[in-house]
Design a binder for this molecule. Structure first.
Ligand code: ZN
Length: 290
């Protein structure tokens, strides 16, 4: 069975624990094609993208889950976004040499991780997590245990052609015992990065949980999709203000914005750019006299 770019859900029967196993293949390579990253940056971004996809699949919502790190550096920014439609996009910014390190602080310095759930209406939900521990999973798991969320564990790995992740979560409504949870997570702790990246779904679940009763559901496809749009870029340009845009037009002849997630170029020539401001000052036509 080909499990490239899939999210597979599974359930431990009679144990009140659910799991998601994720493989990002072409979707991950599309992120890497937009920007060449040094290996330590790419690893963290791949892990973050896997984590965002796994977490997005645990909630019932329409919108996007964004895992964002802002830090003092060498890695300064990391954005991983996953939607309810199982699409992903992400990017990272860094400065100087990024070490291959066993702790987040060596790669990120001081920083925080922000989890945002944006449903496109109302205030987005945000949780802020201090960036501490050796791995990204430490920071995320700390958030789940600290904020009295549902107990959740993650295992993540990323290589040049695949980013993968495993998530286990106690079902809130089921009466999973502490013993079940400890047994299953201890088994999952024996998973190596090589296995997570190299084994396909069924052999991996068998390798870890062959003594458990696991019900595996049909895999769902995951894909890269940026979701950027000319109308949103136009809104950004409007925020610059008319005089700044006029200056840009004088200097460069056009306003060009490249989407950082997908490298798509949006070009607004003088007519397009001035139109943005014309439309904001346009008044409703006067009502016709009866
Ligand atoms: Zn884009």
């Amino acid at each position: 069975m080909n499990d490239s770019d899939t999210l597979s859900r599974f359930l431990f029967e009679h144990a009140g624990i659910r799991g998601n196993l994720l493989h990002l293949d072409a979707s991950w390579r599309a992120v890497l094609e937009a920007h060449p990253y040094p290996e330590p940056v790419a690893s963290r971004l791949g892990e973050a993208l896997a984590a965002a996809s796994l977490l997005a699949a645990t909630i019932k919502f329409e919108g996007s889950l964004i895992l964002q790190i802002q830090a003092s550096g060498p890695i300064r920014t990391l954005v991983a976004q996953a939607t309810h439609a199982r699409t992903v996009r992400g990017l990272a910014r860094w400065e100087g040499e990024v070490p291959v390190a066993d702790s987040l602080s060596e790669q990120f310095g001081e920083g925080q991780l922000v989890l945002t759930i944006d449903q496109g209406r109302g205030q987005p939900y945000q949780g802020v997590i201090p960036l501490a521990g050796a791995r990204l999973t430490d920071a995320i798991e700390h958030y789940f245990s600290d904020s009295e969320q549902i107990p959740t564990r993650l295992w993540l790995a990323a290589g040049p052609s695949r980013a993968s992740g495993l998530l286990l979560q106690r079902l809130p409504e089921a009466d999973a015992t502490e013993e079940d949870w400890n047994r299953v997570t201890l088994l999952a702790d024996t998973l190596t990065s090589k296995e997570l990246l190299g084994l396909s779904t069924e052999p991996l679940l068998h390798r870890l949980f062959h003594e458990e009763t696991v019900r595996l559901f049909e895999p769902e496809p995951v894909s890269f999709r940026c979701g950027c749009a000319r109308s949103r870029i136009a809104d950004m340009i409007k925020l610059l203000g008319e005089s700044d845009v006029d200056n840009l037009l004088d200097e460069q002849g056009a306003v060009e914005v490249t989407c950082e997630f997908c490298n798509r170029l949006y070009r607004f020539d003088p007519v397009d750019a001035r139109q943005l401001f014309a439309s904001t000052t346009c008044h409703e036509p006067p009502a016709t006299q009866q």
